[in-house]
Design a protein around this ligand. Sequence first.
Ligand SMILES: Cc1cc2nc3c(=O)[nH]c(=O)nc-3n(C[C@H](O)[C@H](O)[C@H](O)COP(=O)(O)OP(=O)(O)OC[C@H]3O[C@@H](n4cnc5c(N)ncnc54)[C@H](O)[C@@H]3O)c2cc1C
Length: 278
Amino acid sequence: MNLSEIYYPRSIQELIAIMARQKNLQIVAGATSFGYIQDTRYLFFEPSIASIRNIPELKTIHKTERMISFGAACALNDLESVYPFEKKPAREVLRATANSTVRNIATIGGHLMYQKRFLALWPLLACLDAELEFKGPSGTSIKNIWYLTNEEGLPSLESRRVLTRIRIPLQSIDRLFIRRTGAEIFPNGDGAYLVAASTIERNSISYFRLVIAGQRAFRDYDAEQRITSSPYPLTERVFHSVLRMYSESLHRTKFWNMELFLPLISQALEDLQRSSVL
Ligand SMILES: Cc1cc2nc3c(=O)[nH]c(=O)nc-3n(C[C@H](O)[C@H](O)[C@H](O)COP(=O)(O)OP(=O)(O)OC[C@H]3O[C@@H](n4cnc5c(N)ncnc54)[C@H](O)[C@@H]3O)c2cc1C
């Protein structure tokens, strides 16, 4: 039997020094998904494992006028009372994720770095333009969360890098539309979330994002642009032209069930047309 060496670094520098020495280092945060990401029936452990739960810098939450930043080792339950989860529809998605015991252990970093599919909070954070900070022996990089997808919309994760922080611009989102479809989200079911976030300023829409994520992730930048450049409320013509754009882009991906998702996108647009705000 091979025994793995387990490291418990107390700082990011210590973790990076271990990463530089150990080429195939398995990072573990809450370890709640550890058994599910295994490809074989038998548990396989890398020769070196680093548990990142005891790194204080990865457990802090900072807030400035423009940004909120979570350390990647914050437990999901630690996020309940901070933006965007203090708002009702976002908090409901958080509370529908696993159960409170799991959320006390599962970290936001492990949630986003689950390699088999996109978990529940991913599309919400994608709609809010979250940025992810990664560190590794070769330095620091900051990427929009969307860069964790490849051209087929599948998860594409950075190797030999640790996710250190998740930064979300603090902006006033007037409408947050969230719908769940399918059965299981975890560990690998057909469930997905559709999230649309929008901001309305006087007679125009200044911000609009619509993301669907489950086994794959989907977004149509052109349709989002068409909406943000249009007066509010949307005219019938713009409404139908945007719906057509979504229909064509969903069709191109050949993955999403149009009969399920097109009516949901239509509902998200109708929701946007209603003037009351969150
Ligand atoms: C019983 C149960 C029910 C669940 N139900 C749901 C559900 O309804 N909806 C849902 O969306 N999810 C659900 N989950 C999944 C849960 O959200 C994830 O298991 C959890 O968020 C993963 O976090 P973790 O800290 O335990 O990650 P770990 O299991 O420790 O790690 C997950 C992966 O991420 C990598 N990783 C972790 N942290 C980092 C980092 N900082 N940088 C780079 N890589 C990293 C690890 O190497 C590993 O590959 C459920 C889980 C369980 C156990």
